[in-house]
Design a protein around this ligand. Structure first.
Ligand SMILES: [Zn+2]
Length: 151
């Protein structure tokens, strides 16, 4: 982890060559380079805003700032991807693509893989916490089962 402010724009663009990065989401991706999950938050009313928008949908404030989340949440829904883009390339283990509802706010959901457990152990509402995995030469956010008693 490093300070997101130390990550240059050039580093962000180099790390995500296939992503359309704009003014509204650049701080989120800067956070990912730094190993921090930043979600825009309205400074006027506290509403978390995702997907990224420059304007608070609740109070219409433009004072929106990237803010680190706790990383705790639960599995809202998930799907198993069994096939790679190459139609002949079946995966050894399906990719688990989940929408994790973050603890910060009902309805605040982040899409990421679930790791650290068997695929058939994943359940809806299962408590999870943020972790980081290596993906395509860089660190990417993922979620793992939260230890019992947490989240
Ligand atoms: Zn607001």
């Amino acid at each position: 982890m490093r300070d997101p402010d130390s990550v240059t724009d050039a580093e962000v663009f180099a790390a995500f060559p296939g992503v359309l990065i704009d003014r509204d989401n650049v701080e989120h991706y800067r956070g990912l380079v730094a190993g921090r999950l930043l979600i825009n938050r309205c400074q006027a009313c506290g509403c978390w805003i995702y997907p990224h928008r420059p304007l608070c949908p609740k109070c219409l404030s433009w004072d929106v700032r990237p803010t680190e989340v706790s990383g705790e949440g639960h599995v809202f829904m998930f799907t198993l991807i069994h096939q790679e883009r190459d139609p002949n390339g079946l995966l050894n283990r399906p990719i688990v693509a989940a929408a994790v509802e973050l603890a910060e706010q009902p309805g605040l959901r982040y899409l990421a893989p679930v790791v650290g457990c068997e695929v058939d152990e994943i359940r809806l509402e299962m408590p999870v916490r943020l972790t980081w995995i290596e993906q395509g030469g860089r660190m990417a956010p993922a979620f793992e089962p939260a230890p019992a008693g947490e989240a």
